[in-house]
Design a protein around this ligand. Structure first.
Ligand code: CS2
Ligand code: MG
Length: 408
């Protein structure tokens, strides 16, 4: 069996999804997701200029060797761009493998450990009332877990993850309107004073069973994060995410020494080497890497297995920037992983998105169900793809009130 061609498509409804399609001499094809939010053209170019020429003629069944070829074979390894490109190839090869076997991909890992995977939604509010309403709305749709982000009083532009007035809350992260990124203002003191009162109100209103997650989005210093994690212990959070920028992995030791709040990290990681210290030293409770820029199923499965022996559970990144292809790949890992924790899940299921990526996977009552279609169980409609073109977008950037640049 041989790979005969491969093509990259960029575009989608409200997103620049980067989709790779690999064709074989036996008519079977596979698809993968290389979407790197707001840097989408780069993995696409990396695939087109450097990886696809090598893929032609390779046997698609040798997904391990192909992964090693592109990882070890590159002198300049790793980084989100290269790993997203390798990740897309890897997903497509597992898709092909499943189709050859006539089995859903999770069967090739060892089968089901559970019937469906617990997911969490994003409840956000410009203020507390808004947030409580958003949580109630998700609860009425069956969600058992929500990530909550709340506007902070007197912080001019809301804080992380809060849509500003007039903005569509689904698309608040990527701004397609400007020539340069929008700027947000951040005030750590105001955040640290206000946020615990939000958790208190949520517990008062929704009781102890709701699984409550919160994303600090890299905004605190290690000492601040340790104090914050300690102060919110009593609200029994499901997790506290990205309390500090995790390139300084030692910082997590300070947080651990002061708090038992569960910590989730890794959505910006792209290799096992980024996760290794946090997992081996048991400094986190959930690993958030994704199959998209984590080098695909082959590499992320290895991380999941390392995590399993250190009591670290999965909590894969599932922001809307991931296409339904990588959400399906993660869905197969979630159904199998003995140390599955939770999956971030934002409804991508608009009619336009479903038309571009048809699949039978579905959400019901707070859980994500994986269909038994062979391969990844999601397709890509090239005719639909012709409706979309690439449009440059940016994440906002963050400054402190005095103008100092801060972490987004
Ligand atoms: C966020 C992301 O989902 C999350 O937890 O941190 O939405 C993140 O801001 C975006 O993926 C950035 O591209
Ligand atoms: Mg996050």
């Amino acid at each position: 069996m041989k790979i005969t061609s491969a093509e990259v498509f960029i575009g989608g409804p409200g997103k620049n999804y980067v989709t790779l399609k690999i064709m074989t001499d036996q008519g079977i094809y596979g698809i993968g997701d290389a979407t790197l939010n707001n840097r989408e053209t780069l993995p696409a170019q990396y695939l087109q200029d450097y990886l696809i020429p090598c893929l032609i003629g390779m046997d698609p069944r040798n997904s391990e060797d192909i992964w090693q070829y592109f990882y070890r074979g590159a002198y300049f390894r790793r980084g989100p761009i290269a790993m997203a490109a390798i990740g897309a190839i890897d997903m497509a090869l597992w898709d092909i493998k499943g189709k050859i076997a006539g089995l859903p991909v999770y069967q090739l890992f060892g089968g089901k450990s559970r019937e469906a995977a617990l997911v969490y939604a994003h409840a956000t509010g410009n203020d507390l009332d808004d947030l409580l309403e958003s949580i109630a709305n998700y609860q009425s749709q069956g969600y058992k877990a929500v990530r909550i982000q709340c506007g902070i009083p007197n912080m001019p532009k809301g804080g992380y993850g809060v849509s500003r007035e007039g903005e569509d809350s689904k698309h608040f992260i990527t701004d397609f309107t400007g020539a340069v990124p929008k700027e947000e203002v951040w005030d750590t003191e105001k955040y640290l004073q206000y946020m615990p009162t939000v958790f208190e109100k949520i517990r008062e209103r929704f009781g102890p069973d709701l699984k409550v997650l919160h994303d600090v989005h890299h905004r605190l210093t290690p000492r601040e994060a340790a104090a914050f994690a300690k102060s919110v212990e009593k609200y029994n959070l499901f997790w506290l995410e990205d309390p500090t920028p995790a390139e300084d992995q030692n910082a997590l030791k300070l947080i651990r020494q002061h708090s038992t709040a569960p910590i989730a990290i890794g959505e910006v990681f792209n290799s096992l080497w980024d996760c290794k210290q946090l997992i081996e030293e048991e400094l986190i409770d959930f690993i958030r890497i994704s199959v998209t820029y984590g080098g695909g199923i082959t590499h992320v499965k290895r991380i999941v297995e390392l995590a399993a022996i250190h009591h670290v559970r999965t909590g894969f990144h599932g922001a809307p920037s991931h296409s339904p292809i990588s959400m399906a790949a993660q869905g197969h890992l979630n159904i199998w992983a003995p140390n599955f924790g939770i999956q971030e899940y934002l409804v991508l299921g608009t009619p336009e998105c479903d038309a571009l990526f048809p699949s039978k996977h579905y959400y019901k009552d707070g859980m994500f169900h994986i269909s038994d279609e062979p391969g990844l169980g999601v397709d890509f409609d090239e005719k639909e793809a012709e409706r979309y073109t690439y449009k440059r977008g940016y994440h906002p950037v963050t400054r402190l009130e005095d103008g100092t640049m801060w972490n987004y």
